[in-house]
Ligand binder design. Structure first.
Ligand SMILES: Cc1cc2nc3c(=O)[nH]c(=O)nc-3n(C[C@H](O)[C@H](O)[C@H](O)COP(=O)(O)OP(=O)(O)OC[C@H]3O[C@@H](n4cnc5c(N)ncnc54)[C@H](O)[C@@H]3O)c2cc1C
Length: 392
């Protein structure tokens, strides 16, 4: 049996790249080059050592990837498709690296840009774009991330200041953050507070022993009578719509990011099954393996088309959060299933970090959980269809 070379790109069967503008292609290519040459060699080792690769921050910043959608304040003002492509290429390297960029861009810089005072924007956005200041986003609490309305962290007015008490759990970048955007209940409703790392009463503790996102920092944050000046409150939003609007942006990036992880897995198994000879023929010559590879390509293609359309809707200002939930659900499910199946196709080699699927598979356990679990995304879509809130 001879193998003939496909005219199609196996990682982009519907040629989504042909839909991109020249500028969008340029963004994708420059991030892809950085990921191949600088990030991938570092990420595997960082994952194994359970450490965040600080050395990549300045390079990510130089490429303009921090706050890339913001216009001004030292940020390039790229469109939503470009932000998606950035996430896709970074996550092709590792979900931990993409998480760092997502949190800084969508969960910290975005709320400061959208809801912050001019003084807060001037102070934080240029420094965050350069990677000189790091941010984190604290919404989740230990009593249940899926139900943010049960928030216990609270702030009380005291003269010109606020006194903040409570704790947050599972916070990306928590121990390295110069500024933590913390959502807390007040007598006026939920508000966002910029808590600075050296404010007395604010402490953080890294969560060790993770088997997922090992190249990303995750922490618990504690607030014990932290005095936060009024100047550090985000003036532009009150209520859960503040943090939820950030989550919609971050979820959008995730829909693209996980495509990159899935592409890395498919790429690996196409190569592996072409070389691996069992029963006198390469694995890729068997029907069962071809069906599994074809199914991976089908899922990746579906995910790509969903994210592309999502990006177009977002750039037209017509995006609905429910659409993002459907895509986050679909694309994370596709990626984790692909990673798990790729791990299996590699046999014993699949458990080694020398091959990418097990690392992506473990990372995707976090990605399918954070920013709203799969069930939460399904219930958001269900509510849209029926008009009934089934969360409670
Ligand atoms: C690595 C990592 C990084 C993270 N980074 C951040 C961060 O930077 N900032 C931040 O604020 N948070 C962060 N999170 C928290 C994340 O968003 C939460 O873990 C997530 O929202 C789920 O909350 P939970 O872990 O409390 O699970 P729970 O809310 O306790 O959910 C447990 C289970 O119950 C299911 N469930 C929930 N509600 C229902 C229902 N109504 N019906 C049926 N089933 C239901 C869920 O789907 C899940 O399977 C991070 C998490 C991880 C793992």
């Amino acid at each position: 049996m001879t193998a003939s070379k496909s005219a199609l790109n196996p990682l982009d069967l519907f040629d989504v790249r042909s839909e991109l503008s020249d500028d969008e292609r340029m963004v994708q290519d420059s991030v892809a080059r950085f990921v191949d040459e600088q990030a991938i060699p570092v990420m595997r080792e960082a994952f194994e050592q359970h450490r965040f690769p600080h050395e990549l921050i300045s390079q990510v910043a130089e490429l303009g990837l921090l706050g890339s959608s913001i216009d001004g304040y030292g940020c390039p003002g790229l469109n939503s498709i470009s932000y998606g492509l950035i996430c896709q290429e970074l996550e092709r390297g590792d979900s931990g690296l993409r998480s760092f960029v997502s949190v800084q861009s969508s969960l910290v810089m975005f709320p400061i840009y959208a809801y912050g005072s001019e003084e807060q924007k001037q102070r934080w956005l240029p420094a965050m774009a350069k990677g000189e200041a790091i941010g984190c986003f604290g919404l989740t609490e230990s009593q249940g991330g899926s139900d943010p309305s049960n928030m216990k962290t609270h702030a009380k007015k005291d003269g010109d200041d606020w006194i903040l008490n409570g704790s947050k759990m599972w916070i990306t970048n928590g121990t390295i953050a110069d500024a933590a955007v913390i959502w807390a209940t007040t007598d006026e409703g939920v508000k966002g507070f910029i808590v600075e790392k050296d404010m007395p009463g604010f402490t953080s503790q890294e969560i060790d022993n993770k088997f997922s996102l090992r190249a990303s920092i995750t922490a618990a944050l504690f607030f014990d009578d932290v005095r936060v000046p009024s100047a550090n409150v985000l003036p532009g939003v009150t209520g859960l719509k503040g943090p939820l609007s950030c989550l919609t942006r971050a979820r959008y990036g995730i829909t693209w990011g996980v495509i990159g992880a899935a592409q890395a897995c498919l790429d690996e198994v196409i190569r592996y099954t072409g070389d691996r000879v069992l029963f006198n023929r390469p694995l890729s010559h068997t029907q069962a393996i071809q069906i599994r590879l074809a199914d991976m390509a089908r899922r990746i293609t579906t995910a790509q088309l969903l994210s592309l359309q999502l990006g177009r809707l977002k750039d037209r200002g017509e995006l609905h959060p429910t659409q993002v939930s459907l895509a986050k659900w679909n694309n994370c499910r596709a990626a984790i299933d692909i990673a798990r199946d790729a791990r299996d196709i590699l046999g014993g080699s699949g458990i080694s970090a020398e091959y990418v699927p097990i690392r992506h598979m473990l990372n995707l356990e976090s990605v399918i959980t954070y920013e709203g679990t799969e069930t939460v995304q399904q219930l958001i879509v269900g509510k849209e269809l029926t008009g009934v809130n089934a969360f409670g």
